[in-house]
Unconditional design. Structure first.
Length: 229
């Protein structure tokens, strides 16, 4: 329903004026469409003017739409459509428009006849559907059939909206090998204790013994002399 409200707003921007149609035209849903700005429909660009839109007079297929000039003397194009549902019908005709790339005319999307829950959503050729889907960011019905005789059995596919590109995250850095821990410095070799140095051997102790004896004898003589004096 939100899309339909936006579609009505688009109509105002385009200056689309919808003339009331007689209820006697409920079989073919005849509607008068007057636009003061160029619009596009599948396989056709409509300059400002008045047009007549109605369903093809076929009991087997109620989704083939014809667009005539204002006098209904020339058939301008025939369009294959698919059902489009709305929750709340209105008492007036409603047209929905696709958003299109800048510089291109608005593309007619859907048509709802007064009082109807079901309307017509138009299928565009592949080339146009791709552009519309890129601008509207939503899938667009697609068909390449243009001949009315083939539309009763033609298939309608969907052109998906393109995926938005997302910025790719930079690749994670490759793990670097851990630097090997430096080898511990070798402990200094213990300094060996200095070897004890041997004292040089002295001469024989006998001379010392003799010298001590002489000193003892001398002291004895000294003491004797002192006593006798």
């Amino acid at each position: 329903m939100k899309q339909l409200v936006l579609a009505v707003a688009s109509i105002g921007l385009l200056g689309v004026a919808i003339a009331p149609s007689a209820r006697a035209d409920e079989w073919n849903k005849k509607t008068i469409l007057t636009v003061n700005e160029t619009i596009q429909v599948p396989n056709k660009v409509l300059p400002p003017g008045t047009y007549v839109i109605k369903l093809l007079d076929s009991p087997s297929n109620r989704h083939v739409v014809q667009i005539f000039d204002g006098d209904e003397t020339h058939l301008l194009t025939t369009i294959l459509a698919i059902p489009n549902y709305r929750l709340q019908p209105t008492g007036k005709t409603v047209f929905g428009f696709w958003e299109t790339p800048p510089g291109q005319p608005k593309a007619l999307r859907a048509w709802f006849y007064p009082g109807d829950n079901f309307g017509q959503e138009f299928a565009y050729p592949k080339s146009a559907a791709v552009q519309i889907a890129a601008s509207a960011h939503t899938p667009v019905p697609t068909t390449e059939v243009t001949e009315p005789s083939e539309m009763a059995t033609a298939a309608v596919t969907t052109t998906p909206a393109p995926q938005e590109e997302t910025a790719e995250a930079p690749p994670a850095p490759e793990p670097q090998p851990e630097a090997a821990a430096p080898a511990p410095a070798p402990e200094p070799a213990p300094t060996p204790d200095p070897a004890p140095q041997e004292l040089p051997k002295t001469a024989s102790p006998y001379p010392l013994i003799g010298l001590a004896g002489l000193l003892s004898l001398a002291m004895f003589l000294v003491l004797r002399v002192v006593r006798t004096s």
